[in-house]
Design a protein around this ligand. Sequence first.
Ligand code: GDP
Length: 193
Amino acid sequence: NAEIIFVGRSNVGKSTLMRELTGHKFETGGKPGVTRKPNHFDWASEDFMLTDLPGFGFMSGVGDEHREQIKTDIVHYIEDNADKILLGVLVVDGKSVIDIIDRHSGEDEIPHDVEMFHFLQEVGIPVVVAVNKMDKVDDRDDRLNDLCDRLGLHPPWKQWQDTIAPITAKRGSIDALNESVKEHLHGQKRDDL
Ligand code: GDP
């Protein structure tokens, strides 16, 4: 079965978004120290599965070693299933993503979000970045342009509307994501013909 995966740091609103998309209740937060297994769900009438991968990055109460293990598990899952994964949705928190990326950019450090964005593309999976919590962002265009810059996409962000989807999952404002996803899936189908 064709599959769409959802990845993102803990607390970006991934569970909220997936609940919005599917009507299923997803475990929010999750207990620290518990690695959530991929969960499979059908998305409305479409014939593919949505897979919720565990949150990565900082989680209170989770040690470095376990945190690394979660990331390794995610990477293995993606590598093993790359053939059937149609699309990756990388969920980020629009309010904090730039600060977090900049704080973790250094000579031998690549921020998780940036690393995941490039990793998915390297294994041939197109990525849509769901930029969540836009209700908390005042300088919307500047913020989205900065995000493009950090991901290596040439601003302005409006050129990248298939890739950058600003949303407010909590209020159900997810049109931009639905549009980007449709664009990718239809493009894919056309390629398959
Ligand atoms: P997860 O750890 O990524 O699954 O994140 P959750 O879905 O559990 O959400 C983490 C927190 O962010 C919760 O308090 C949500 O209510 C909140 N949240 C989720 N989406 C939004 C949003 O669009 N705007 C705002 N302001 N908060 C949100």
